[in-house]
Design a protein around this ligand. Structure first.
Ligand SMILES: *[C@@H]1O[C@H](CO)[C@@H](O)[C@H](O)[C@H]1NC(C)=O
Ligand SMILES: *[C@@H]1O[C@H](CO)[C@@H](O)[C@H](O)[C@H]1NC(C)=O
Length: 287
């Protein structure tokens, strides 16, 4: 009797920890500050969040929930003017050893010079999968939407709904793919003038501090995992992300981005990987 009760409750529990939920929401409901105290500010009734960086600290926030697959959209307006040395981020990460991570990082630059959009994927603690881009617009003049689609088949990075990078699941070829560790959403603004801008040659100019980046319209159409995921409403979910790939139009657009706007691709860096490039570089062709 005791045994069957506990096996029933184990089944109920395992069903209730995987509920798909759309959260379009208030930063008050979705996020907690991780560091920087008052430098991370939720404003406009929960609709906007601003992060700032001064000589003493940067700032950051993380999602209250953990997710296993989904589509994550965030609008960002980056630090304007002389943003050299600063790094603004929007990424997903699991915790602990052998972690998984999917990164958008925005490396600032001196006035008039372009930001670098840095992307990377870690699986089971291993990264070294960088692709970098310059943008076709000024990311400090207005909000633009940065999206991570993460499903069991692939990861897609999009900017204003234009795919800029696809990382396919090549588990079968022995390339670990993030697929079992739940991740939180993180964002931060911090000083990285030892490496970020032109390889660390251009330092942060603190006379311009505080530096500020703004976030809004966070949307996670994603599978929540863990405590508190039961309370969310699962009606009206659009799960098109769960099988999302590139159609012909998407392939055209990513080809345009990768031809005209990509500035670094680890797949082409034979100097850095003299023993051969990683298997997914050979197999994950969308072109
Ligand atoms: C900064 O501008 C220089 C010159 O245009 C460019 O080479 C570099 O990629 C830009 N971004 C960073 C982060 O240094
Ligand atoms: C679902 O979302 C996708 C991508 O965000 C969109 O293109 C599609 O029209 C949506 N479908 C429905 C039924 O809302």
């Amino acid at each position: 009797m005791g045994t069957s009760n506990s096996s029933i409750s184990a089944v109920v529990l395992s069903i209730s920890i995987l509920i798909v939920a759309a959260s379009a929401g208030s930063f008050y409901d979705d996020m907690d500050t991780t560091f920087g105290g008052e430098r991370a500010k939720i404003v406009n009734g929960g609709q906007d969040l601003s992060l700032s960086l001064d000589q003493y600290s940067g700032s950051g926030f993380q999602s209250k929930h953990e997710y296993l697959f989904g589509r994550f959209d965030m609008q960002l307006k980056l630090v304007p003017g002389n943003s050299a040395g600063t790094v603004t981020t929007f990424y997903l990460s699991s915790q602990g050893a052998g972690h998984d991570e999917i990164d958008f990082e925005f490396l600032g630059n001196s006035t008039g010079n372009p930001y670098t959009i840095h992307t990377n994927v870690y699986s089971q603690g291993k990264g070294n999968k960088e692709q970098q881009f310059h943008l076709w617009f000024d990311p400090t003049a207005a909000f633009h939407t940065y999206t991570i689609v993460w499903n069991s088949l692939r990861i897609i990075f999009l900017i204003d709904n234009i795919p800029v990078r696809v990382f396919n699941n090549n588990d079968a070829a022995g390339v670990p793919f993030p697929k079992s560790q739940p991740m939180r959403v993180y964002a931060s603004l911090w000083n990285a003038d030892d490496w970020a801008t032109q390889g660390g040659r251009v330092k942060t100019d603190w006379t311009n501090a505080p530096f500020t980046a703004s976030y809004r319209k966070f949307n996670a159409n994603a599978k929540k995992v863990g405590p508190n995921s039961e309370s969310t409403n699962s009606v009206n979910d659009n799960q098109s992300w769960s099988t999302q790939g590139l159609d012909a139009a998407g392939r055209n657009r990513i080809r345009w981005v990768q031809t005209k706007h990509m500035i670094y691709n680890y797949c082409n860096d034979r100097k850095r990987f003299p023993n051969g490039i990683s298997a997914e570089c050979k197999t994950s062709r969308f072109l």
